[in-house]
Design a protein around this ligand. Structure first.
Ligand code: DER
Length: 265
């Protein structure tokens, strides 16, 4: 289909532009687009002299860091070596982390968590020199929450109800605990055995919007700027992680030469 072809082309371009066979550690995200990224990685590696006794000069095999059980299965299925995040050497930094997104704005802030893997995805993204978001044309919007309706938030089950109230107080109309996609009723559980709350908010403002006086962006007038809302939600006790990936997370982003510096400066 047109969408699958777009995902495949995005995966090929992301790998062509941001992967090098000399890398040691590569983060692998979750979802369906990442499958095309791994296929492209396999293709590049198949054309690279492998590390063999007869060719000792090449480096040991690259270690791929998954962002959850699905991501780990994708790595294993591709015949690559998965290394769990907590098995990484203490000061190891990933050369690159590839992942998908549910929506991406012009500053490359992302809504993530459609696949309920946002906590490990952010853990891995922040430990990489560069986070490469691989997303087809459907995901690119001028502002977050243009089409994707909610912000996924990972919460401790015991605190879920109090987090729902806190999100309502921040202006979310009807935040909901995500139910399991399986036949069984009851809430979905993440790889951390936590719940996901999907919280709707009005379309988020960009820093440019705030400067242009389109809203304060701090919730006081019902409008939120991306970084402010991300911090406000993260501050709620019981929240493990928020599905908003912004420059302030130390995730450096670049788009066709336009860079969003670390720390969102
Ligand atoms: O959950 C996530 O953040 C994933 O990256 C996911 O939403 C992207 O999914 P897709 O590649 O299947 O659209």
């Amino acid at each position: 289909s047109k969408i699958e072809e777009a995902k495949r082309l995005a995966g090929i371009k992301a790998v062509a532009d941001h992967f090098d066979p000399s890398f040691s550690y590569v983060g692998i995200g979750s979802g369906t687009t990442i499958i095309y990224v791994v296929e492209a990685l396999k293709d590049v590696l198949s054309r690279t002299p492998s590390h063999t006794s007869s060719n000792p000069t090449t480096k040991p095999a690259i270690q791929f860091i998954p962002t959850g059980y699905q991501s780990r299965q994708v790595i294993i299925k591709a015949g690559l070596t998965p290394t769990l995040f907590d098995n990484l050497p203490e000061h190891a930094v990933l050369d690159v982390a590839f992942d998908g997104a549910d929506e991406v704005d012009e500053d490359l802030n992302c809504i993530k968590g459609g696949g309920a893997c946002l906590f490990q995805e952010k853990l891995v993204a922040e430990r990489a020199r560069k986070f490469v978001c691989v997303a087809d044309y459907r995901k690119a919007k001028p502002r977050l929450l243009t089409t994707w309706p909610t912000i996924p938030i990972e919460v401790a089950p015991i605190a879920a109800r109090i987090v729902l109230s806190a999100l309502t107080a921040l202006g979310s109309k009807a935040p909901l605990i995500r139910s399991s996609p399986l036949e069984k009723s009851g809430p979905l559980k993440t790889d951390q055995d936590f719940f996901i709350i999907d919280a709707p908010f009005p379309t988020l403002l960009t820093p440019t919007d705030v400067e242009a006086g389109k809203g304060k962006g701090d919730g006081s007038d019902g409008t939120w700027e991306v970084v402010n809302l991300s911090k406000a939600i993260k501050a709620i006790t019981g929240v493990l992680e928020v599905g908003l990936f912004c420059g302030h997370d130390g995730i450096e982003a670049e788009q066709l030469g336009k860079r969003t510096a670390k720390g969102g400066q």
